[in-house]
Design a protein around this ligand. Structure first.
Ligand SMILES: *Cc1c(COP(=O)(O)O)cnc(C)c1O
Length: 387
């Protein structure tokens, strides 16, 4: 047998045994896994349902339509594209659809909890091919909305991202919509981390406030690795008002043929299954438990005298002392607790030597963990940090 199978079975065992607290990770269902490993990955289907460049897509079309239908219903959007290979390409497709190279974009700084694709300067596509202005958080780690409004008013970006990868608070969609409207900018909500909380009804949806929603499907949403781009009513109107034409078509064209070739149909089918799972009552309970469990963990750490940013969602940033984040993450790994080192707001360390760890509840909540287990693991983490 190929050595890979041996490694996979070791990884399987490791995933079962270790305590998984990386907030972007989750455990997919057996159904999602089955669909990912299906023969759908054999098929080429460039184009969209009813408009393919290859023959033999009669079932494939139905599968993609089902994914789109379920996704639209779950996130209450007017149009959905499910072909982006992952969250990063989904964001790039939005940039390609709406902007020209050199246009000004605005997003949250990576060090303050934003994502690479939101205009991180220097090395990323979004930061190199667009002019990027970035906002951040205040002392408490909360977005400084006043400062965002002021900067946007002065710099007049054409597109604004809200949403992040290490932001432990609810996002004020309405405030962002006011800010974006004041300069006629497109507003994109990147809900990669919180899609499951929104689908589960524990976080307000941005659907009435933003033009486009982008998201991965593999984080709190608990689906396959993949992404969707949703166009809202407001987005369709914004594009018309700006004389940009039909937003739905622009998005689809940007994904294919603008950025990608053949869609990964196994992932798209698995997405349809995950959307189905996320629309059931059990998923509401799951999403509620994710937030409650994260709060218990945060309170346990705080009770041990540790500074914690958060939480109103599934994750928190934990202050481990200046520059000690990576060291703590490694120590915890040795104890079977998997987290990642992360910058904290106003970090006195550096990106290579951050002061915090990022901890979240989605994966272990899927495993059936409740408040008791999160309190226990909180005490173990506190012991490591305080020693
Ligand atoms: C994870 C994430 C992405 C990117 O997803 P990949 O699938 O890793 O490319 C984009 N935006 C945000 C806010 C994320 O957290």
């Amino acid at each position: 047998m190929d050595k890979i199978f041996d490694l996979i079975s070791q990884e399987d065992k490791y995933q079962q045994e270790a305590i998984r607290l990386i907030p972007s990770e989750n455990f997919i269902s057996e159904e999602v896994k089955k669909v990912l490993g299906s023969n759908l990955s054999n098929k080429y289907a460039e184009g969209y349902p009813g408009r393919r460049y290859y023959q033999g897509n009669k079932y494939i079309d139905e599968i993609e339509n089902l994914a789109i239908e379920r996704g639209k219903k779950l996130f209450r959007v007017e149009h959905m594209n499910v072909q982006a290979y992952s969250g990063s390409p989904a964001n790039l497709a939005v940039l390609l659809a709406l902007l020209k190279p050199g246009d000004k974009i605005c997003g949250m700084r990576l060090a303050d909890g934003g994502h690479l694709t939101h205009g991180h300067p220097g090395i990323t596509f979004s930061g190199k091919y667009f002019e990027s202005i970035q906002y951040g958080v205040n002392q408490e780690g909360v977005i400084d909305y006043e400062a965002v409004a002021e900067m946007v008013n002065k710099e007049k970006p054409k597109l604004i991202f809200c949403g992040g990868s290490a932001y432990p608070w609810k996002i004020n969609w309405q405030r962002f919509s006011e800010i974006a409207s004041s300069v006629n900018a497109y507003l994109i909500a990147d809900i990669a981390h919180i899609a499951g909380l929104i689908a589960g009804g524990v976080h307000e949806s941005p659907v009435n406030y933003v033009d486009i929603i982008t998201s991965t499907t593999h984080k709190t949403l608990r689906g396959p690795r993949g992404a969707f781009i949703g166009v809202t009513k407001r987005g369709i109107k914004t594009a018309e008002m700006k004389g940009d034409g039909e937003l739905n078509k622009k998005i689809d064209k940007a994904v294919f043929p603008g950025l990608q070739g053949g869609p990964h149909m196994n992932a798209i089918a698995a997405m349809a299954v995950a959307f189905g799972e996320a629309s059931r009552p059990e998923f509401k309970k799951y999403a509620q438990a994710v937030v409650e469990n994260a709060q218990v963990l945060a309170e346990t750490l705080k009770a041990a005298g540790i500074r914690v940013f958060g939480t109103e969602n599934h994750l928190m940033l934990v202050d481990c002392g200046v520059g000690r984040g990576k060291e703590m993450a490694v120590k915890l790994e040795n104890e079977g607790i998997i987290v990642n080192a992360n910058m904290i707001p106003r970090d006195q360390g550096s990106p290579m030597k951050p002061s915090g760890i990022r901890v979240g509840s989605p994966a272990m909540t899927t495993k059936g963990w409740g408040k008791k287990e999160f309190e226990e693991v909180g005490k173990r983490i506190a012991k490591v940090i305080n020693s």
